[in-house]
Design a protein around this ligand. Structure first.
Ligand SMILES: [Mg+2]
Length: 173
């Protein structure tokens, strides 16, 4: 079975606009990485990781993907703090029992350094992650609400993966 890694923020949950709001509230611009790390490092993610922020039926879509038995599914999420990691793990475990692996990745580490990316699919909204993934031999799929591909395969619902890859996990051309 082909391995499938699913990002959390901006894929499972529509947290990105809410996180940008938080930066704005703190007068932090997007180019100030140190300040961003500070704000998100102490931000209470419980205030935004909620069912009402589920992005385009992602939980339902992931259940469909699991039912299809086409992929070995894992979550692969960057975190700014261990607390953020714990909030995400608790949230995902409420929706999924032990049939999905959850991997949290320190923000400063590439996702390609945490798992074996070669031949595996990554669905992520951030092109930087997708670029690294592809360079490490992985298959990159961009999640974009507006279907902006930025040069990658693109989808705005996770169950579109079932139209993109066949039962062997090979790409349908
Ligand atoms: Mg993301």
């Amino acid at each position: 079975m082909r391995r499938l890694y699913i990002d959390f923020d901006g894929v499972v949950m529509d947290t990105i606009p809410l996180l940008y709001n938080e930066l704005e509230k703190n007068n932090v611009t997007l180019d100030n990485e140190e300040q961003i790390r500070k704000v998100f490092g102490s931000f209470d993610f419980r205030t935004i990781i909620k069912d009402k922020n589920i992005l385009n039926d992602s939980i339902e879509c992931i259940n469909k993907i699991l039912d299809s038995k086409r992929f070995e599914v894992a979550f692969l999420s960057h975190v700014n703090s261990l607390d953020e990691g714990v909030v995400k793990i608790k949230y995902l475990r409420r929706h999924f029992k032990d049939d999905i692996t959850i991997i949290i990745v320190p923000k400063s580490v590439s996702k390609t350094k945490m798992v074996h990316s070669e031949g595996a699919i990554l669905v992520d909204d951030f092109s930087g992650n997708l670029k690294e993934w592809e360079e490490a031999g992985g298959i990159s799929v961009r999640f974009s609400k507006e279907m902006e591909s930025k040069g990658y395969r693109v989808l705005n619902r996770l169950d579109s993966l079932l139209d993109m890859f066949d039962e062997n996990g090979d790409e349908i051309c």
